[in-house]
Ligand binder design. Structure first.
Ligand code: AMP
Length: 425
């Protein structure tokens, strides 16, 4: 199958060819004709499957060319990053079409967004909260929307956007096409789909395990307070004979934890940056581009910030802390092995996380092999002033019981106050 068999117009085929795609991904092969036919669509697909082009391409075709001021396509997405990436896709695929794409998300000034709305757009890609703010200020007119997309609907519900979504939907014309994408199907998602979609075509590209199956997953058991030392070792020597890591996305549970780990990695000589919701948009964009350009080796991210990050051929994902929700594990490891590539996901599992690992394995119906923890050094960096001269410590005995884990490793003088005094909160 190639793109020209999907019913797409020549100017879209040209943009797709220039982007370097020759074969549609399974979701594209199914979703594109369904969207072109005007039907509602319910698609079970995660990021990494090519779902964005699956809805952006046919919608660009349906819009034809620029018209009026009010948007005719509304895409709701959970995060700024995903919103920006969808818009970027729309611009790239729509480069030979005369259409205007506008992005709206929170955390940045409203002014340029309001100006953009006044100038007019054909596609509006938005996070629900900011969109609703602007609608309430009467600067955003949704009365012309003919196509609604809920992207990563499950994540939007997890983030508490259900009320905003319902209110936005009530403002839309009843006569419209609805597309819903979700990686998982909770009861809430089914309920929303039942209310929103009319006789939808359901597109299920493989089970949600598929990404998981292409990712080589391993776990190492390690005491919480030694995780950062093991991580430094993995960056320097690799996890399973693959050599030093040049690029890894590392997940922490909290924003604070992300900041602290990024600092600790830097102190150990590994270029790192943190990306999370408290960072300014400019800082997030910079961190992501530095990471993509290879200027930093470790991008330390929280769950929400990671959604929709599109980084080509990301070789390693690290679960520095396991997520509480098993589905989040699937989303996280979906950051690697994208678009057919394979990748590795390494989980650092402390004793208190054993139950979380079991839940994850049950959800995926797949076990995560626990490998022998490699020997790694405990290297305590000195306080900031002399951070460059890390004191070399003792080689960790992988199987040392957690009780005497710090046995002969240098102990930090005092505690509290300094970053790194706790590995988790
Ligand atoms: P998505 O799931 O939409 O985030 O897309 C995941 C990645 O796959 C992105 O890097 C896309 O640029 C890429 N991609 C999308 N469609 C194709 C295709 N047909 N062939 C190769 N790569 C693709």
């Amino acid at each position: 199958m190639n793109f020209s068999e999907l019913g797409l117009a020549p100017e879209l085929l040209r943009a797709v060819a220039e982007k370097g795609y020759d074969t549609p991904t399974p979701i594209q092969a199914k979703a594109i004709p369904a969207v072109l036919s005007g039907r509602d669509v319910l698609a079970g697909a995660q990021t990494g499957t090519g779902k964005t082009a699956g809805f952006v391409l046919p919608l660009l075709q349906k819009l034809d060319s620029a018209q009026g001021r009010a948007p005719r396509v509304l895409v709701l997405s959970p995060t700024r990053e995903l919103t920006a990436q969808i818009a970027e896709n729309a611009r790239v695929y729509g480069r030979y079409k005369n259409l205007r794409t506008l992005v709206i998300f929170g955390g940045v000034s409203e002014r340029p967004q309001i100006d953009g709305l006044r100038q007019g757009c054909d596609l509006l890609i938005a996070t629900p909260g900011r969109l609703l703010d602007l609608v309430e200020q009467k600067v955003c007119d949704l009365s012309a929307v003919r196509h609604l997309v809920l992207d990563e609907a499950d994540r939007m519900l997890d983030m508490g956007f259900i009320h905003a979504i319902r209110r936005i939907i009530r403002l839309l014309p009843a006569e419209r096409q609805n597309l819903m994408f979700s990686a998982t199907y909770s009861d809430d998602i089914r309920d929303l789909a039942a209310r929103m979609l009319r006789n939808p075509v359901t597109v299920e590209v493989a089970s949600r395990n598929t990404t998981a199956e292409r990712v080589e997953q391993v776990a190492f058991k390690v005491p919480k307070e030694h995780k950062r030392h093991l991580l430094v070792h993995l960056f320097e020597s690799g996890a399973a004979g693959e050599g030093a890591w040049h690029q890894a996305l590392v997940f922490t549970r909290t924003k604070h934890g992300a900041n602290r780990l990024a600092q600790q990695l830097e102190a150990a000589g590994i270029r790192a940056a943190a990306i999370h919701g408290n960072k300014s948009q400019a800082a997030r964009v910079r961190a992501l581009s530095d990471f993509k350009d290879g200027k930093i080796a470790a991008l330390v991210a929280t769950e929400v910030a990671s959604r929709g990050l599109d980084i080509k051929e990301l070789p390693q994902v690290v679960n520095y802390e396991l997520p509480n929700v098993p589905e989040d594990y699937v989303h996280r490891i979906g950051r690697t092995a994208r678009a057919g590539a394979t990748g590795r996901a390494v989980s650092l599992v402390s004793a208190d996380e054993a139950g979380l690992l079991r839940d994850i394995e049950r959800t995926m119906r797949q076990s995560v092999p626990v490998l022998a923890t490699p020997a790694f050094k405990i290297v305590e960096s000195r306080p900031a002033a002399t951070a460059g001269t890390a004191a070399r410590g003792e080689v960790n005995r992988p199987n040392a019981s957690p009780g005497n884990r710090a046995g002969s490793a240098p102990r930090r003088a005092g505690h509290g106050g300094r970053p790194g005094s706790r590995s988790h909160h």
